[in-house]
Design a protein around this ligand. Structure first.
Ligand SMILES: Nc1ncnc2c1ncn2[C@@H]1O[C@H](COP(=O)(O)OP(=O)(O)OP(=O)(O)O)[C@@H](O)[C@H]1O
Ligand SMILES: [Mg+2]
Length: 506
């Protein structure tokens, strides 16, 4: 597949279990590989002259029998930096094989609350070792939410290492309400392994973890009532990599992911996903609750199981009453809404140039003075029609410039044609009270929700595991987003540049 044109952002999403790599504007990652490395277990076996010192991703899976396998990222944290560098080398030089990386910006997905030193160190490696053109690092839940077209919502992201419950309002994470659960895909693997062992199924292979993961991803699902699951007698026959087969009792497939709702099955004394969601809401002003509950977004490979959404909905319906009454947002009559409108739409057909005072023809979208070239129409947004204080005086029925005292013929002029005085007050006009009342967050509401069914609404991506990549792909292809990428020079001048508020483009 051809490399996209220079300037197209490369998307790098290195997860604890899988790395997803591709380009902005593309519907799915070009490369997905397990975030694992392998080194030779027995030197003598590697007689092949092309044998490498370290194997990455799918190459490790292929040769798993003879390799010592490592997972350099655990629960979202980089544990082995040398292997992490090898993974970056593999991404840029073995997979993407871009000759001149200095032509390509990188959109790097980061977990929420990534430590400042780690973030800046990763940035340094990308700038200095890989010489990328520019960089932006965006928290994964913001990307996932953006991928379903939302900038406000409650994201449940569960990958391999961590489950995050992240409220986001207008593109900004509500930090104090974020919930982090050390309970995700790897815990389901562990529970599945325990259940198999309890049934006397002991997988003896160096690739046991890979086999367990495969069994899980292909077969596990959620039931609505684990106390009374649908009766399935048959067992399932799974073919092992060596060709042998094992018989797995069917109940194991719904029991294994049950840890996400019952962490105590693994001895964990932590909240489960729906409890953490309620906890998260309790840390936020209740006037946001209905907006968040009606925009619950589910992302991450670990929530791909069929039946998850239905089960979550059921469990939430039992917990939501704990929140008390949930205010409905105020319903504003469309006719009363004062929309943000561009002044350009209702602008004048003629005006005086602020530079030279010449009367300028502004018809047909013209914005510049035909005499001196100065800009006459300044892009500006106004809320409704706030009263504008004008710096003019009325003397004997004539409008007089308050600065040069000369009469101004055109009453609607924004500038004095003689001295260039801007007639519009630079004071921020007072916003009419009814606009304040209607602005979000609505402090007024039109009653309460009676049941959780009324208030909860789920947003589900087409592909859970690629939800973050897909959000990054859309965001990275927006023209307005391009200005947020940070160059090495900008980063060197001030490392705070990496902490840009991306919500400014929403
Ligand atoms: N179809 C599936 N059914 C169940 N689990 C799945 C499925 N596909 C992937 N998973 C599990 O999802 C997890 C990987 O998801 P994802 O790629 O989102 O995580 P990650 O980005 O590697 O990890 P993290 O974001 O936590 O660092 C693994 O535990 C994997 O086994
Ligand atoms: Mg991830």
């Amino acid at each position: 597949m051809a490399i996209p044109l220079p300037g197209t952002p490369i998307i790098v999403d290195i997860g604890s279990a899988y790395t997803k790599i591709g380009f902005a504007g593309e519907p799915s990652p070009r490369y997905v590989f397990p975030t694992i490395t392998g080194t030779e277990k027995y030197k003598a076996v590697m007689v092949d002259v092309s044998a490498k010192n370290i194997y990455i991703g799918n190459d490790v899976v292929k040769m798993r029998g003879v390799l010592k396998i490592k997972r350099p990222i655990e629960r979202g944290a980089i544990m082995d930096w040398n292997d992490y560098y090898e993974i970056l080398n593999y991404i840029f030089y073995s997979l993407l094989r871009i000759k001149n990386l200095s032509n390509y910006p990188v959109l790097y997905t980061e977990p929420p609350f990534l430590q400042r030193e780690t973030k800046e160190y990763i940035a340094r490696v990308l700038y200095e070792t890989h010489r990328v053109k520019s960089l932006i690092m965006v928290p994964t839940p913001v990307l996932a939410l953006f991928g379903v077209g939302l900038t406000t919502g409650l994201v449940i992201e569960s990958g391999d290492g961590i489950t995050w419950i992240v409220p986001i309002i207008s593109g900004q994470i509500v930090d104090q309400s974020v919930q982090k659960l050390t309970l995700a895909g790897t815990d389901v693997n562990q529970h599945l392994k325990n259940l198999l062992m309890r049934e006397g199924i002991n997988i003896e292979s160096s690739a046991v973890d890979e086999i367990i993961k495969e069994i899980k991803e292909k077969n596990c699902y959620f039931v609505l009532n684990p106390e009374n699951p649908p009766k399935l007698n048959e067992s399932f026959s799974f073919t092992m990599p060596d060709g042998s087969s094992i018989e797995i009792p069917n109940y194991i497939f719904h029991e294994a992911p049950e840890v996400l709702f019952q962490p105590s099955l693994l001895g964990y004394n932590i909240l489960n996903i729906p409890q953490a969601l309620i906890n998260s809401l309790q840390g936020i002003d209740k006037y946001y609750w209905s907006d968040l509950l009606s925009h619950i977004m589910i992302a991450g490979g670990n929530l791909s199981y069929s039946g998850f959404e239905e089960r979550l909905k059921l469990e939430l319906s039992q917990l939501i009453p704990q929140l008390g009454k949930i205010p409905k947002p105020k319903i504003v009559q469309p006719s009363k809404i004062q929309k943000m409108e561009s002044k350009g739409k209702t602008r004048k057909q003629k005006d005086n140039c602020p530079n030279c005072g010449v009367l300028v023809d502004l018809s047909d979208g013209k914005e510049f003075c035909q005499s001196c070239g100065g800009r006459v129409v300044l892009p500006e947004l106004s809320i409704g029609s706030p009263p504008i204080k004008k710096k003019t005086e009325i003397v004997d029925g004539k409008t007089i410039c308050s600065k040069c005292k000369k009469p101004v013929k055109d009453n609607a002029s924004v500038f004095c044609p003689y001295c260039g005085q801007n007639f519009q007050s630079t004071d921020i006009p007072e916003i009419p009270r009814d606009i304040i009342k209607q602005a979000a967050p609505a402090r007024e509401f039109s009653g309460f929700y009676n049941s959780s069914d009324e208030v909860t609404r789920f947003f589900v991506p087409e592909n859970f595991q690629f939800a973050i990549f897909n959000g990054a792909s859309i965001l990275g292809s927006l023209p307005s987003f391009q200005s947020l990428f940070v160059t090495l020079e900008e980063f060197q001048r001030n490392s705070d540049a990496l902490y840009k508020d991306i919500s400014e483009i929403f």
